[in-house]
Design a protein. Structure first.
Length: 373
Protein backbone atom coordinates (compact mmCIF):
# COMPACT_ATOMS: atom_id res chain seq x y z
CA UNK A 1 0.00 0.00 0.00
CA UNK A 2 1.44 3.37 -0.99
CA UNK A 3 1.87 6.13 1.58
CA UNK A 4 -1.48 7.81 2.20
CA UNK A 5 -2.04 11.52 2.97
CA UNK A 6 -4.22 10.72 6.05
CA UNK A 7 -3.92 14.08 7.81
CA UNK A 8 -5.66 16.39 5.35
CA UNK A 9 -2.58 18.33 4.29
CA UNK A 10 -0.98 18.45 7.74
CA UNK A 11 2.46 16.96 8.19
CA UNK A 12 2.84 14.47 11.04
CA UNK A 13 4.90 17.09 12.87
CA UNK A 14 2.11 19.69 12.55
CA UNK A 15 -0.51 17.19 13.66
CA UNK A 16 1.49 16.15 16.71
CA UNK A 17 2.21 19.75 17.64
CA UNK A 18 -1.33 21.11 17.27
CA UNK A 19 -3.73 18.18 17.86
CA UNK A 20 -2.16 15.09 19.41
CA UNK A 21 -3.34 14.74 23.01
CA UNK A 22 -4.86 18.24 22.70
CA UNK A 23 -8.02 18.54 20.59
CA UNK A 24 -10.14 16.68 18.01
CA UNK A 25 -9.54 16.90 14.28
CA UNK A 26 -12.04 16.10 11.54
CA UNK A 27 -10.37 15.16 8.25
CA UNK A 28 -12.68 14.96 5.25
CA UNK A 29 -11.49 12.38 2.72
CA UNK A 30 -8.40 11.44 4.66
CA UNK A 31 -8.31 8.46 2.29
CA UNK A 32 -10.20 9.47 -0.87
CA UNK A 33 -12.29 6.70 -2.37
CA UNK A 34 -11.68 4.35 0.54
CA UNK A 35 -13.57 1.06 0.46
CA UNK A 36 -13.78 -1.65 3.14
CA UNK A 37 -10.86 -4.04 3.32
CA UNK A 38 -13.15 -6.85 4.49
CA UNK A 39 -16.69 -7.69 3.51
CA UNK A 40 -19.40 -7.87 6.16
CA UNK A 41 -19.39 -11.66 5.86
CA UNK A 42 -15.60 -11.91 6.26
CA UNK A 43 -15.76 -9.74 9.37
CA UNK A 44 -18.59 -11.81 10.82
CA UNK A 45 -16.58 -14.97 10.17
CA UNK A 46 -13.78 -13.56 12.32
CA UNK A 47 -16.16 -13.29 15.28
CA UNK A 48 -16.57 -17.09 15.24
CA UNK A 49 -12.87 -17.64 15.98
CA UNK A 50 -11.41 -18.10 19.44
CA UNK A 51 -8.12 -16.43 18.44
CA UNK A 52 -9.96 -13.17 17.64
CA UNK A 53 -11.26 -10.87 20.37
CA UNK A 54 -14.82 -9.77 19.57
CA UNK A 55 -17.81 -8.26 21.33
CA UNK A 56 -21.48 -7.81 20.57
CA UNK A 57 -23.27 -4.71 21.90
CA UNK A 58 -27.04 -4.50 21.55
CA UNK A 59 -29.48 -1.75 22.45
CA UNK A 60 -32.81 -3.39 21.84
CA UNK A 61 -35.65 -1.41 23.37
CA UNK A 62 -34.09 0.52 26.23
CA UNK A 63 -31.78 -2.26 27.37
CA UNK A 64 -28.03 -2.31 26.76
CA UNK A 65 -26.27 -5.66 26.63
CA UNK A 66 -22.72 -6.77 25.88
CA UNK A 67 -21.50 -10.27 25.06
CA UNK A 68 -18.01 -11.55 24.34
CA UNK A 69 -17.14 -13.82 21.42
CA UNK A 70 -16.60 -16.15 19.77
CA UNK A 71 -20.14 -16.15 18.38
CA UNK A 72 -21.92 -18.99 16.63
CA UNK A 73 -24.35 -16.46 15.16
CA UNK A 74 -24.91 -12.70 15.13
CA UNK A 75 -28.25 -10.88 14.87
CA UNK A 76 -29.67 -10.33 11.39
CA UNK A 77 -28.33 -7.37 9.41
CA UNK A 78 -31.93 -6.17 9.09
CA UNK A 79 -32.30 -5.84 12.87
CA UNK A 80 -31.52 -2.32 14.08
CA UNK A 81 -29.33 -1.06 16.92
CA UNK A 82 -26.62 -3.64 17.32
CA UNK A 83 -22.85 -3.50 16.93
CA UNK A 84 -20.07 -6.03 16.75
CA UNK A 85 -16.55 -4.92 17.62
CA UNK A 86 -13.62 -6.96 16.31
CA UNK A 87 -10.23 -6.20 17.87
CA UNK A 88 -6.80 -6.70 16.34
CA UNK A 89 -7.96 -7.20 12.76
CA UNK A 90 -4.46 -6.17 11.69
CA UNK A 91 -3.16 -9.41 13.21
CA UNK A 92 -5.26 -11.51 10.85
CA UNK A 93 -5.58 -9.56 7.60
CA UNK A 94 -2.77 -8.19 5.43
CA UNK A 95 -4.74 -5.19 4.20
CA UNK A 96 -5.68 -4.16 7.73
CA UNK A 97 -2.06 -4.56 8.81
CA UNK A 98 -0.86 -2.40 5.91
CA UNK A 99 -3.43 0.26 6.80
CA UNK A 100 -2.27 0.36 10.40
CA UNK A 101 1.34 0.72 9.26
CA UNK A 102 0.30 4.07 7.76
CA UNK A 103 0.07 5.39 11.33
CA UNK A 104 3.65 4.54 12.26
CA UNK A 105 4.57 8.20 12.48
CA UNK A 106 3.51 7.39 16.04
CA UNK A 107 6.06 5.02 17.70
CA UNK A 108 5.27 1.31 17.80
CA UNK A 109 5.53 1.52 21.59
CA UNK A 110 2.25 3.46 21.48
CA UNK A 111 0.50 1.91 18.47
CA UNK A 112 -1.94 -0.80 19.55
CA UNK A 113 -4.30 -2.28 16.98
CA UNK A 114 -6.97 -1.77 14.33
CA UNK A 115 -10.50 -2.52 15.47
CA UNK A 116 -13.46 -2.78 13.10
CA UNK A 117 -16.91 -1.81 14.31
CA UNK A 118 -19.83 -3.07 12.26
CA UNK A 119 -23.24 -1.59 13.16
CA UNK A 120 -26.75 -1.71 11.87
CA UNK A 121 -28.96 1.39 11.76
CA UNK A 122 -28.91 3.16 15.14
CA UNK A 123 -26.15 0.89 16.46
CA UNK A 124 -23.42 2.17 18.75
CA UNK A 125 -21.97 1.73 22.22
CA UNK A 126 -23.40 4.84 23.85
CA UNK A 127 -21.70 8.10 24.89
CA UNK A 128 -18.37 7.34 26.54
CA UNK A 129 -14.74 8.38 26.69
CA UNK A 130 -11.52 6.45 26.20
CA UNK A 131 -8.21 6.67 28.02
CA UNK A 132 -6.32 6.62 24.72
CA UNK A 133 -6.01 8.50 21.44
CA UNK A 134 -8.00 7.11 18.53
CA UNK A 135 -8.41 7.64 14.79
CA UNK A 136 -11.91 6.77 13.56
CA UNK A 137 -11.92 6.05 9.83
CA UNK A 138 -15.28 5.55 8.14
CA UNK A 139 -15.06 2.57 5.82
CA UNK A 140 -18.64 1.88 4.76
CA UNK A 141 -21.95 3.69 5.15
CA UNK A 142 -22.39 6.71 7.40
CA UNK A 143 -21.95 7.32 11.10
CA UNK A 144 -23.06 10.31 13.16
CA UNK A 145 -20.47 11.39 15.70
CA UNK A 146 -21.40 13.63 18.61
CA UNK A 147 -18.42 14.85 20.63
CA UNK A 148 -17.81 17.08 23.61
CA UNK A 149 -15.18 17.88 26.24
CA UNK A 150 -17.33 16.58 29.09
CA UNK A 151 -15.87 17.11 32.54
CA UNK A 152 -18.72 15.19 34.19
CA UNK A 153 -17.54 11.57 34.33
CA UNK A 154 -20.65 10.23 36.08
CA UNK A 155 -21.71 6.90 34.57
CA UNK A 156 -25.17 5.41 34.24
CA UNK A 157 -25.55 2.94 37.10
CA UNK A 158 -26.40 -0.69 36.52
CA UNK A 159 -25.17 -0.73 32.93
CA UNK A 160 -22.86 -3.39 31.45
CA UNK A 161 -21.14 -0.58 29.52
CA UNK A 162 -19.47 2.58 30.79
CA UNK A 163 -22.05 5.03 29.46
CA UNK A 164 -21.90 8.71 30.45
CA UNK A 165 -24.96 9.82 32.36
CA UNK A 166 -24.76 13.52 31.54
CA UNK A 167 -23.30 13.66 28.04
CA UNK A 168 -23.45 17.14 26.48
CA UNK A 169 -22.31 17.12 22.83
CA UNK A 170 -20.67 20.29 21.52
CA UNK A 171 -20.20 19.25 17.89
CA UNK A 172 -21.80 16.80 15.48
CA UNK A 173 -20.43 15.32 12.26
CA UNK A 174 -21.65 12.72 9.80
CA UNK A 175 -18.69 10.74 8.46
CA UNK A 176 -18.81 9.08 5.04
CA UNK A 177 -16.34 6.57 3.58
CA UNK A 178 -12.82 8.00 3.59
CA UNK A 179 -13.56 10.60 6.30
CA UNK A 180 -11.64 10.32 9.56
CA UNK A 181 -12.02 11.78 13.06
CA UNK A 182 -9.16 12.01 15.54
CA UNK A 183 -10.03 12.18 19.24
CA UNK A 184 -7.58 12.74 22.11
CA UNK A 185 -7.88 10.82 25.40
CA UNK A 186 -10.78 11.61 27.75
CA UNK A 187 -12.77 13.36 25.01
CA UNK A 188 -16.40 12.21 25.22
CA UNK A 189 -17.98 10.84 22.06
CA UNK A 190 -20.99 8.94 20.80
CA UNK A 191 -21.06 7.25 17.41
CA UNK A 192 -24.43 6.24 15.94
CA UNK A 193 -24.77 4.27 12.71
CA UNK A 194 -26.86 5.95 10.00
CA UNK A 195 -27.95 2.81 8.22
CA UNK A 196 -25.54 -0.10 8.03
CA UNK A 197 -21.93 1.01 8.49
CA UNK A 198 -18.37 -0.01 9.31
CA UNK A 199 -15.84 2.12 11.17
CA UNK A 200 -12.13 1.33 11.53
CA UNK A 201 -10.56 2.46 14.80
CA UNK A 202 -6.79 2.79 15.14
CA UNK A 203 -6.08 2.87 18.86
CA UNK A 204 -2.99 3.49 20.95
CA UNK A 205 -1.58 1.95 24.10
CA UNK A 206 -1.73 3.96 27.32
CA UNK A 207 -0.76 1.60 30.14
CA UNK A 208 -1.47 3.01 33.59
CA UNK A 209 1.49 3.73 35.83
CA UNK A 210 -0.04 1.31 38.33
CA UNK A 211 -0.01 -1.42 35.68
CA UNK A 212 3.57 -0.60 34.75
CA UNK A 213 4.64 -0.46 38.40
CA UNK A 214 3.16 -3.87 39.18
CA UNK A 215 4.74 -5.34 36.06
CA UNK A 216 8.12 -3.82 36.87
CA UNK A 217 8.13 -5.19 40.42
CA UNK A 218 7.37 -8.65 39.04
CA UNK A 219 10.17 -8.20 36.50
CA UNK A 220 12.66 -7.08 39.18
CA UNK A 221 11.77 -10.03 41.42
CA UNK A 222 13.69 -12.27 39.03
CA UNK A 223 16.89 -10.22 39.27
CA UNK A 224 17.00 -9.13 42.94
CA UNK A 225 20.22 -10.28 44.64
CA UNK A 226 20.41 -9.61 48.38
CA UNK A 227 22.88 -12.11 49.92
CA UNK A 228 22.95 -12.95 53.61
CA UNK A 229 20.31 -13.40 56.27
CA UNK A 230 18.80 -11.19 58.91
CA UNK A 231 20.82 -11.32 62.12
CA UNK A 232 20.60 -9.67 65.53
CA UNK A 233 23.59 -10.71 67.67
CA UNK A 234 22.93 -7.74 70.00
CA UNK A 235 19.32 -8.75 70.66
CA UNK A 236 18.07 -7.90 74.12
CA UNK A 237 15.22 -9.41 76.11
CA UNK A 238 11.86 -7.72 75.53
CA UNK A 239 8.75 -7.14 77.55
CA UNK A 240 6.74 -6.61 74.31
CA UNK A 241 7.13 -9.88 72.37
CA UNK A 242 4.51 -8.96 69.75
CA UNK A 243 6.27 -5.74 68.74
CA UNK A 244 8.46 -5.60 65.62
CA UNK A 245 11.51 -3.79 66.88
CA UNK A 246 12.92 -0.64 65.36
CA UNK A 247 16.34 -2.29 64.89
CA UNK A 248 14.80 -5.02 62.75
CA UNK A 249 12.83 -2.48 60.70
CA UNK A 250 15.97 -0.41 60.13
CA UNK A 251 18.09 -3.41 59.09
CA UNK A 252 15.51 -4.71 56.60
CA UNK A 253 14.88 -1.21 55.24
CA UNK A 254 18.61 -0.76 54.64
CA UNK A 255 18.76 -4.00 52.66
CA UNK A 256 15.68 -3.21 50.58
CA UNK A 257 17.11 0.22 49.83
CA UNK A 258 19.85 -1.56 47.88
CA UNK A 259 17.26 -2.52 45.24
CA UNK A 260 17.75 0.36 42.85
CA UNK A 261 16.79 -0.23 39.22
CA UNK A 262 19.16 1.02 36.57
CA UNK A 263 18.21 2.62 33.27
CA UNK A 264 18.98 -0.72 31.62
CA UNK A 265 16.54 -2.46 33.97
CA UNK A 266 13.80 -0.02 32.96
CA UNK A 267 14.64 -0.32 29.25
CA UNK A 268 14.62 -4.12 29.31
CA UNK A 269 11.37 -4.28 31.28
CA UNK A 270 9.61 -1.76 29.04
CA UNK A 271 10.84 -3.35 25.82
CA UNK A 272 9.75 -6.84 26.87
CA UNK A 273 6.45 -5.53 28.24
CA UNK A 274 5.55 -3.52 25.13
CA UNK A 275 6.61 -6.20 22.65
CA UNK A 276 4.76 -9.03 24.42
CA UNK A 277 2.01 -10.34 22.10
CA UNK A 278 -1.54 -10.39 23.43
CA UNK A 279 -2.81 -13.68 24.90
CA UNK A 280 -4.94 -14.41 21.84
CA UNK A 281 -1.95 -14.22 19.45
CA UNK A 282 -0.66 -17.51 18.05
CA UNK A 283 2.11 -17.75 15.47
CA UNK A 284 2.07 -20.05 12.46
CA UNK A 285 5.43 -21.79 11.94
CA UNK A 286 6.16 -23.10 8.43
CA UNK A 287 4.95 -26.65 7.87
CA UNK A 288 8.23 -27.66 6.25
CA UNK A 289 10.89 -25.21 7.45
CA UNK A 290 14.03 -24.81 5.41
CA UNK A 291 17.36 -25.83 6.86
CA UNK A 292 19.64 -23.04 8.07
CA UNK A 293 21.81 -23.20 4.94
CA UNK A 294 18.83 -23.21 2.57
CA UNK A 295 17.12 -20.42 4.52
CA UNK A 296 20.21 -18.17 4.35
CA UNK A 297 20.56 -18.89 0.62
CA UNK A 298 16.89 -18.12 -0.10
CA UNK A 299 16.67 -15.10 2.21
CA UNK A 300 19.86 -13.79 0.63
CA UNK A 301 17.90 -13.60 -2.63
CA UNK A 302 14.43 -12.59 -1.42
CA UNK A 303 14.87 -10.90 1.95
CA UNK A 304 12.68 -11.45 5.01
CA UNK A 305 9.63 -9.73 6.53
CA UNK A 306 8.25 -9.77 10.04
CA UNK A 307 4.97 -11.56 10.62
CA UNK A 308 2.13 -9.07 11.00
CA UNK A 309 1.71 -10.52 14.53
CA UNK A 310 5.31 -9.80 15.54
CA UNK A 311 6.16 -6.81 17.72
CA UNK A 312 9.80 -5.76 17.41
CA UNK A 313 11.42 -2.72 19.03
CA UNK A 314 14.81 -1.55 20.25
CA UNK A 315 16.34 0.84 22.79
CA UNK A 316 20.05 1.57 22.76
CA UNK A 317 21.91 -1.74 22.55
CA UNK A 318 18.83 -3.76 23.48
CA UNK A 319 16.59 -5.45 20.90
CA UNK A 320 13.11 -6.74 21.81
CA UNK A 321 10.89 -9.13 19.92
CA UNK A 322 7.67 -10.75 21.09
CA UNK A 323 8.46 -10.31 24.78
CA UNK A 324 12.09 -11.42 24.54
CA UNK A 325 15.21 -9.27 24.70
CA UNK A 326 18.91 -9.49 23.95
CA UNK A 327 21.91 -7.20 23.59
CA UNK A 328 23.10 -6.58 20.04
CA UNK A 329 26.54 -5.33 19.11
CA UNK A 330 26.97 -2.41 16.75
CA UNK A 331 27.48 -4.60 13.68
CA UNK A 332 24.42 -6.74 14.41
CA UNK A 333 22.30 -3.65 15.01
CA UNK A 334 23.00 -2.63 11.41
CA UNK A 335 20.71 -5.47 10.32
CA UNK A 336 18.25 -5.65 13.23
CA UNK A 337 17.34 -1.97 13.50
CA UNK A 338 16.19 -1.69 9.85
CA UNK A 339 14.24 -4.92 10.29
CA UNK A 340 12.42 -3.40 13.29
CA UNK A 341 11.82 0.00 11.65
CA UNK A 342 10.85 -1.21 8.18
CA UNK A 343 9.47 -4.59 9.31
CA UNK A 344 11.46 -6.19 6.52
CA UNK A 345 15.10 -6.72 5.63
CA UNK A 346 16.10 -6.84 1.98
CA UNK A 347 18.23 -9.52 0.41
CA UNK A 348 21.40 -7.44 0.64
CA UNK A 349 20.79 -6.83 4.35
CA UNK A 350 20.36 -10.55 5.01
CA UNK A 351 23.47 -11.44 2.99
CA UNK A 352 25.54 -8.83 4.83
CA UNK A 353 24.35 -9.86 8.29
CA UNK A 354 26.66 -11.72 10.64
CA UNK A 355 26.33 -15.51 11.04
CA UNK A 356 24.81 -14.92 14.50
CA UNK A 357 22.10 -12.67 13.07
CA UNK A 358 21.44 -15.09 10.21
CA UNK A 359 21.00 -17.94 12.71
CA UNK A 360 18.69 -15.73 14.78
CA UNK A 361 16.60 -14.88 11.71
CA UNK A 362 16.36 -18.58 10.94
CA UNK A 363 15.15 -19.32 14.50
CA UNK A 364 12.51 -16.59 14.18
CA UNK A 365 11.49 -18.05 10.83
CA UNK A 366 11.06 -21.48 12.43
CA UNK A 367 8.89 -19.94 15.15
CA UNK A 368 6.71 -18.10 12.61
CA UNK A 369 7.91 -14.69 13.79
CA UNK A 370 9.11 -13.77 10.30
CA UNK A 371 8.88 -15.23 6.82
CA UNK A 372 10.69 -15.07 3.54
CA UNK A 373 9.70 -11.92 1.67
Amino acid sequence: MKKLPLLGGLTPQQFLRDYWHKKPLLIRQAIPGFTPLLSREALWEMTTRDDVESRLVTHFGSRWQIQHGPFAQLPAATKKRWTTLVQGVNLHHDGADQLMQQFRFIPDARLDDLMISYATDGGGVGPHFDAYDVFLLQAHGKRLWRIGANTDRTLVEGMPLKILKNFTPEQEFILEPGDMLYLPPQFAHDGIAVGECMTYSVGFRTPSFQELGEGFLHFMAESVDLPGHYADPELEATRRPAEIGSAMLAQVAAQLDKIRPSKDDVAIFLGEYLSEPKPTVFFDPPERPLSLARFIQTAGKRGVALSRKTRMMYAGRHVFINGESFVAGRADRAALVPLADLRRLDAAGVAAASPDVQETLHAWYQDGWLQLA
